[in-house]
Design a protein around this ligand. Structure first.
Ligand code: ADP
Ligand code: ZN
Length: 583
């Protein structure tokens, strides 16, 4: 609890105390009043005659109250005569048709109401709904940022992602052109990838390149205590953006409103649903000619509600990856540009910073600049970079990837080299376009991307070879590091091989156990001979695995070469691999 909160809770206790005290006072006085003096009607008449009555309170009750000149109050019976009031007035007695409130009662009543109001205000405050947020319903602080300062040159690396948004820029500049051709442009784009990889930056660059306003908001800004506020904010945001015509609307942390619904009971999910629905409605509301693009960002695609990713919504998904060696070099160069530096070998620093995100590289350079400035040094040099490096490493969470040991890097490199080698050997017609040990957000340690040859059917021979390529990651691990040191890295590979081999045996008529029968169609027969099917699948995989190992062993030199280059450069493209083979 901070100082302010402590102070607030002190006031809270005081006001609770006052409230209770005044409540007690009220009860006591009321009790006293109940038993307050009673006089017979005849005695009351005597008082009137002796002119000692000041006020009579005529209410529609069996008893009425009478106030004497000396301030005392007593009760007497209500005569309920028609001209009672007139009679009294004639006698010079004041008549009131409300109940008397003595100071004894008014003061506690006022105190009670005041402390109740105070407590309500404090409760609202401490639940985080500041007055500004309350107003927020009709007052969203989103102002467009003009982006002349950002363009694709501000984003180093990430070439594939940039390539994937180039047509969007052209569309934003010239929506009429696209609609003249009847082309349907995406309304929403989803950037996904680790934090700090430059998703926001790329979204700004898109707006900057197209020279349209950029509206940014975070998904968490939509999540409010009150149901309906988020939805209303969504509508305002779109209204604001549309008033300007073309725009890029950027929603960071879309998961805050767009998480998969986990089967019912999560508190406040009503609010999220409403907000999400408002967003989807707004998105389907604008048409292609308007030139509005919504870009959303998330760290993980798989946690999002599929409704968000459907056609017409965020249907273009672009992965923003951690930078590889070449990209890190570019990012470092970009951030060091225009800074006074001396003897900083950017290539070396790129090598030292595996698994650093763009944001982390930026803060490395920034820390170094701060250190140099503190020392009044003329230049930023390697000693500053070294110190900054430790600062940045210590500053980020320890589980982060830069702590991946060289050993792990080596394992990943051999695993991916195995996939690559087998692709080259058994599926030379599949285009091996990229091998990398930079992890994806899907959790793989690295990946090998091959583009299968285009064909209508996949024959048995091809499926077996696909399986071999998939098994090769594990096979390479086993050959290089030994049977006891195989890793969990092949988890996803085995999911795929199991799927392929079981389809071959049970659906495609490519196995022995059930021959040309299809297992699904047999399900109504209570066929239960799955053991034999599993045995056949296992034997098929086992024998393919042996084959893979012998292929790798025969070409171990090439495997080593690929792995070593991967450790060096982290990403190998098709041309790099061709060079390796030729060398
Ligand atoms: P994200 O939105 O993915 O979390 P940001 O776009 O906010 O990441 O990146 C934070 C900062 O990191 C940027 O402002 C920029 O300084 C730096 N940065 C990240 N990626 C790059 C990149 N590819 N090129 C240049 N700078 C980058
Ligand atoms: Zn693998």
């Amino acid at each position: 609890m901070d100082k302010k909160n402590k102070k607030n809770s002190k006031y809270m206790y005081i006001s609770i105390f006052i409230a209770i005290l005044s409540l007690i006072m009220l009860i006591v006085f009321n009790f006293n009043n109940k038993s307050s003096a009673y006089k017979l009607y005849v005695d009351f008449l005597k008082d009137i005659q002796s002119k000692s009555v000041s006020t009579v309170y005529i209410t529609n009750t069996p008893k009425i109250k009478v106030k004497m000149n000396d301030g005392n109050i007593y009760e007497t019976d209500n005569p309920r005569t028609n001209n009672f009031k007139e009679e009294l007035l004639k006698q010079g007695v004041k008549v009131s048709e409300n109940l008397p409130l003595s100071a004894k009662e008014t003061i506690p009543t006022i105190l009670l109401s005041a402390s109740l109001v105070f407590m309500a205000v404090m409760a609202i405050k401490s639940s985080g709904i500041s007055s500004k947020r309350l107003k927020g319903v009709d007052n969203l602080d989103v102002t467009a940022v003009s982006n002349v300062t950002y363009n694709f040159d501000s984003v180093a690396g990430n070439e594939e992602a940039k390539e994937s948004v180039k047509d969007i820029v052209d569309f934003l500049k010239n929506p009429e052109k696209y609609s003249a051709y009847g082309a349907r442009m995406p309304k929403g784009i989803m950037f996904y990838g680790e934090p700090g990889t430059g998703k926001t930056l790329l979204a700004k660059a898109v707006a900057g390149e197209a020279n349209v306003p950029f509206y940014a908001i975070s998904g968490s800004d939509f999540v409010q205590v009150y149901v309906g506020v988020g939805a209303s904010r969504v509508r305002q945001l779109f209204k604001k953006a549309r008033n300007h015509g073309k725009a890029v609307i950027f929603i960071d942390e879309i998961d805050a409103i767009g998480k998969k619904r986990d089967g019912g009971k999560t508190g406040g999910s009503d609010e999220k649903d409403q907000t999400l629905n408002a967003l989807l409605t707004e998105m389907s509301g604008f048409n292609e000619k308007e030139g509005i693009i919504v870009i959303a960002a998330t760290n993980r695609l798989d946690v999002l509600d599929p409704a968000l990713l459907r056609p017409g919504r965020f249907d273009r998904h672009i992965e923003i990856t951690l930078p590889d060696l070449a990209a890190r070099e570019k990012i470092l160069a970009l951030h060091l540009k225009n800074k006074p530096t001396m003897d900083i070998n950017i290539h070396d620093w790129a090598q030292k910073t595996s698994y650093f995100s763009g944001a982390k590289l930026e803060s490395l350079v920034n820390e170094a600049a701060i250190l140099a400035a503190k020392e009044d040094s003329k230049f930023i040099d390697n000693t500053h970079m070294d110190k900054a490096y430790s600062i940045v490493l210590a500053g980020y969470e320890k589980i982060e990837r830069n702590h991946i040991k060289d050993k792990d890097k080596k394992i990943t490199a051999y695993h991916e080299a195995g996939h690559a080698l087998l692709t080259l050997k058994v599926l030379p017609d599949d285009k091996l376009s990229k091998v990398t040990i930079i992890p994806t957000s899907k959790g793989a340690g690295g990946y090998t991307l091959s583009i299968p040859e285009d064909k209508l059917y996949q024959n048995k021979d091809y499926l077996k070879k696909r399986i071999m390529v998939l098994l090769a990651g594990r096979a390479a691990e086993e050959i290089i590091f030994g049977k006891e040191y195989i890793t969990t890295g092949a988890y996803n590979d085995f999911q795929q091989t199991t799927r392929i081999v079981s389809s071959m045996v049970t659906q495609y008529g490519m196995g022995e156990t059930i021959g040309l029968l299809n297992l699904e169609e047999l399900s109504h027969l209570n066929y239960s001979n799955t053991e034999d099917i599993i045995k056949e699948c296992k034997e098929t995989l086992d024998s393919l695995y042996e084959e893979v190992k012998s292929i790798i062993l025969k070409d171990k030199i090439l495997l080593d070469k690929i792995a070593e280059n991967l450790i060096q450069k982290e990403t190998l493209l098709e041309k790099d691999i061709k060079e390796l083979i030729a060398a």
